[in-house]
Design a protein around this ligand. Structure first.
Ligand SMILES: [Zn+2]
Length: 112
């Protein structure tokens, strides 16, 4: 689905728009104030990052919403980075932990 995210210059709000035809783009208006001065944001739907760059961009100190935890890839990444930050070298066990993280168990076991 070609969903694009825009930020309005006038009201600074962000919204996503399903763009079926690229020629439609110039007709897109802000959903909130109707301004046509928009900046296209890189869509999270279309960006495929490598795991390394996902890890690098990861800030484990920030709270994550439910959406975040619904993505099992993020849980695995979170676990890996968190372990690294804590200086825990789990070696081969890490994969097992990440695997458990993907099923949601890691949050119970490691946030106590
Ligand atoms: Zn606006």
């Amino acid at each position: 689905m070609p969903i694009y995210e825009y930020r309005c210059h006038r009201c600074q709000k962000e919204f996503s728009h399903l763009l079926l035809n690229l020629r439609e783009e110039r007709n897109i208006k802000c959903k909130y104030c109707g301004s046509k001065t928009l900046r296209k944001l890189i869509s999270s739907f279309s960006v495929h990052q490598t795991e390394a760059s996902r890890l690098a961009n990861f800030d484990t100190s920030k709270p994550r919403g439910d959406d975040f935890y619904r993505d099992s890839r993020n849980i695995g990444l979170w676990a890996k980075k968190r372990m690294k930050e804590m200086g825990v070298d789990l070696g081969p066990k890490l994969d097992e932990i990440v695997e458990r993280g993907r099923t949601g168990k890691i949050l119970e076991d490691y946030e106590k």
